[in-house]
Design a protein around this ligand. Structure first.
Ligand SMILES: C[S@@+](CC[C@H](N)C(=O)[O-])C[C@H]1O[C@@H](n2cnc3c(N)ncnc32)[C@H](O)[C@@H]1O
Length: 302
């Protein structure tokens, strides 16, 4: 059956991750390198089974054997987030229990998850950085969370982030350890923002949370704060024009159903329409090779 091997592998990989998490293996590997025998004692597993578990993590690129012993590698923190249980049936029937399109709920969700999300986005952010650098020194990141996209631009830019007060409070120190940034705390849709001020406005991982009408309103705000000739960068998972069914995006759309009552994965054509309506002209289109595969649509403010 087509796709059955993928489903089987996905199910078994989640079992492996869950087991490694529950016996404390990820926690041990994040402390220091360990040899398999020491890990088996610490996690209370017979040595032969610990070695099999480590080999399974190795093929999933989450553990690696070095001269000093086993170490964790890859996006372990991000992967552990996959183990959080969500009730998709309840969400599909009556909407998500925590709805990120509502600011009070977004505050709860992202004060816990923003740093995790930033770690997961670090690789795509590094890949997109060359397409976003050199556009000017003043950069605003809307719905910044822990600011992965702005931080990837390095110290040649002056960064300002907008997010809800609880989220800024949760990420401020983590971000400050990496760069000197300014924060505007408040609701994206209403907080006062400086007009015609920024050279580049990032709208990353945001539009998928909201309805088309709110996205249009958000993009109007992005245009209002951008200097003439400046750019607005939409970074999101988009369904590209004429693209055949994309497994990752279809599954991601389902995962969005469990955390936003309004949003979804949008078609690129729909996004291009919003851009046109608010006076933005697309210039650059990139999809990252590294995962999670993210789409950049860069547009100039004319
Ligand atoms: C999916 S996260 C993306 C975070 C970050 N841009 C990234 O790519 O890692 C959405 C972010 O938007 C923020 N957000 C959602 N609704 C908001 C609102 N009404 N006002 C301000 N920030 C909001 C959330 O707190 C969260 O940090």
């Amino acid at each position: 059956m087509k796709g059955a091997q993928f489903l089987l592998d996905a199910r078994l990989a989640l079992d492996v991750l869950s087991a490694a998490d529950r016996i404390g293996l990820f926690a041990a590997l994040s402390e220091r390198p360990f040899h398999a025998d020491a890990l088996s004692r610490r996690c209370d597993l017979v040595p032969s089974r610990m070695r099999r578990l480590l080999r399974a993590l190795e093929v999933l690129s989450l553990a690696q054997f070095t001269e000093r012993g086993w170490i964790s590698c890859g996006p372990v923190t991000a992967v552990r987030g996959l183990l959080v249980e969500r009730d998709l049936v309840a969400a599909l029937r009556s909407g998500p229990a925590v709805d990120a399109s509502v600011s009070e709920d977004a505050a709860v969700l992202y004060q816990q998850g923003a740093i995790w999300l930033a770690r997961m986005m670090a690789e795509p952010a590094a890949e997109l950085a060359p397409s976003l650098s050199g556009l000017g020194p003043d950069v605003l990141e809307l719905g910044a969370g822990a600011m992965p996209w702005g931080l990837a631009l390095g110290d040649e830019v002056s960064l300002t982030g907008v997010d809800l007060p609880a989220v800024v409070h949760a990420v401020r120190d983590w971000v400050a350890n990496q760069a000197d940034v300014s924060w505007i705390e408040g609701d994206l849709f209403t907080v006062p923002l400086p007009k015609d001020h920024f050279d580049l406005v990032l709208v990353p991982n945001l539009l998928h949370l909201f309805s088309p009408s709110r996205n249009e309103a958000l993009l109007r705000r992005a245009v209002a704060v951008t200097r003439r000739g400046g750019c607005v960068a939409i970074i999101d998972a988009l369904r590209a024009d004429g693209e055949p069914a994309d497994r990752s995006r279809a599954l991601y759309d389902m995962s969005l159903a469990s955390r936003t009552g309004e949003g979804r994965v949008y078609d690129e054509a729909e996004l291009r329409n919003w851009l046109k309506t608010v006076g933005l002209t697309p210039t650059t289109r990139v999809r990252t090779d590294v995962s999670p595969r993210m789409d950049l649509l860069l547009a100039v403010c004319t």
